[in-house]
Design a protein around this ligand. Structure first.
Ligand code: LLP
Length: 419
């Protein structure tokens, strides 16, 4: 599995995605620019659909909007039949703007405001995942006021450490998410007394960028042993499947991962629950690349050559937050041999603002377009405007055409918020 979108090819040294040369997109739309490949997006949605079809019960994949809530992408995923996992009133509004059917919505959050809950209940969200005991009363009260019965899942914290960066583990005993087994049992009893809630099942999400399928199997095993889970009709195993960020990254195949998980559930539960998965990164991650323009190139006394680009930690905070590693190309010399390893730095006023510490590249020059791969997930959605840098634009490419789906923010937009 490549770190580039499925349609990536090199033609006369030019890296092209969706039939369009990336350097041309940079010239036309400016940089930094997020480029998303529609074919890759559809292929990942289809891969989930097909892998889940092998589950003997009913099963569905719900896309985790936090990975990238760009409405133009959500629209494609809605067309592909994916439900939407939303974690705030804002994400809910993005999903609805993309035409997501309310019954396919799964609503999350470890600290939902009354507005978050009201918006979800009023929209008719198919499932709301209750994070802690008191939230049962909050949701029950709001559902009563809205005159609805709200189907809910309870989020379990099984105390399993996922094989990933500590900051993106969520199922360990010290996690801020979900309920410990004792609270979970209390919540099951309490939910039965809430007249405007319907308890449909349990939810577990162990973490993100998970490479070891054993992590999912441990979750299934834990749930199978948690006796009250067997009586409930829905089992939601969250998201978390890893993607490759560099060619050296070894990650499980999507189909094999989903099949292994579905097989484990089928083998351990009788009757079979409806199986829900909430993939984010593995749907959008490799459909996106980010384009930058190279500015300053300079060598330090310590022997590091910095290649500075016109974005950085504001459009992709992952290297700073998690030590995430990325791979880069020069858009118009994509097949040229690297002549050394360069440090790709952002333009922010922080020494830590380095996107790639050692990128093998062919002598980058000012004006070159630099392509960083696998930026479809958790880059745009975690963007900031640090140093008052307006946020990047985004285009969707398909069959030789590119369409703007997010216009570039302007300094005027930033100033417009200042009162
Ligand atoms: N479901 C729940 C309840 C979640 O909290 C998440 C992610 C997902 C599904 C989707 O997980 P995915 O398939 O995308 O791994 N900013 C971090 C990732 C944080 C993930 C938060 N929750 C990063 O850039 O690595």
């Amino acid at each position: 599995m490549s770190v580039l979108p499925d349609t990536a090819v090199v033609e006369d040294g030019r890296l092209c995605v969706g039939g369009t040369a990336l350097a041309d997109l940079a010239r036309e739309h400016g940089t930094p620019l997020h480029v998303y490949d529609e074919a890759t997006l559809r292929a990942r949605a289809r891969a989930y659909r097909e892998a889940l079809a092998a589950y003997p019960g009913s099963a569905r994949a719900v896309y985790a909007c936090k990975a990238n809530a760009t409405v133009g992408l959500l629209r494609v995923l809605v067309q592909e039949g994916m439900g939407m996992d939303v974690a705030s009133e804002g994400e809910l509004a993005h999903a609805l703007a993309a035409g997501a059917p309310p019954e396919g919505l799964v609503v999350h959050g470890n600290n939902k405001s009354d507005d978050d809950v009201r918006a979800a209940v009023a929209a008719g969200a198919g499932l709301l995942v209750v994070d802690h005991l008191e939230e049962l009363d909050q949701v029950d009260g709001i559902a009563a006021a809205e005159g609805r019965e709200q189907p809910v899942l309870l989020r379990a914290t099984p105390g399993i450490e996922a094989d990933t960066h500590a900051k993106i583990q969520t199922g360990h005993a010290a996690s801020k998410f979900g309920m410990a087994p004792g609270d979970l049992e209390r919540a099951i009893a309490r939910a039965a007394a809430c007249r405007h809630l319907r308890l449909d099942g349990l939810h577990v999400h162990l973490g993100s960028q998970i490479r070891d399928l054993g992590t999912y199997l441990a979750a299934v095993e834990w749930l199978a042993r948690f006796e009250p889970a067997a009586r409930l009709p829905v089992l939601d195993l969250g998201g978390g499947l890893a993607i490759p960020y560099t060619d050296e990254d070894d990650v499980p195949d999507l189909d094999a991962a989903v099949t292994a998980t579905a097989t484990a559930v089928a083998g351990r539960f009788d009757p079979l629950p409806e199986l829900v998965l909430e993939p984010g990164r593995s749907v959008v991650g490799t459909c996106g690349v980010t384009l930058y323009t190279v500015g300053a190139v300079k060598r330090t006394a310590a022997g590091i050559t910095y290649v500075a680009v016109d974005g950085g930690m504001s459009d992709n905070p992952r290297p700073v937050l998690y030590g995430a590693r990325y791979q880069a190309w020069i858009a118009d010399r994509a097949d040229a041999e690297p002549d050394g390893a360069y440090a790709v730095a952002g333009k922010h006023c922080e020494s830590g603002d380095v996107l790639i510490e050692r990128a093998p590249l062919p002598a980058p020059r000012p004006g070159d377009v630099l392509v960083v791969a696998a930026t479809g997930a958790y880059a745009a959605s975690m963007a900031s405007t640090y140093n008052a840098l307006p946020r990047a634009a985004a285009v969707l490419v398909a069959a030789g055409g590119a369409r703007t789906i997010v216009r570039r923010e302007t300094v005027g937009d930033l100033l417009a918020l200042q009162v």
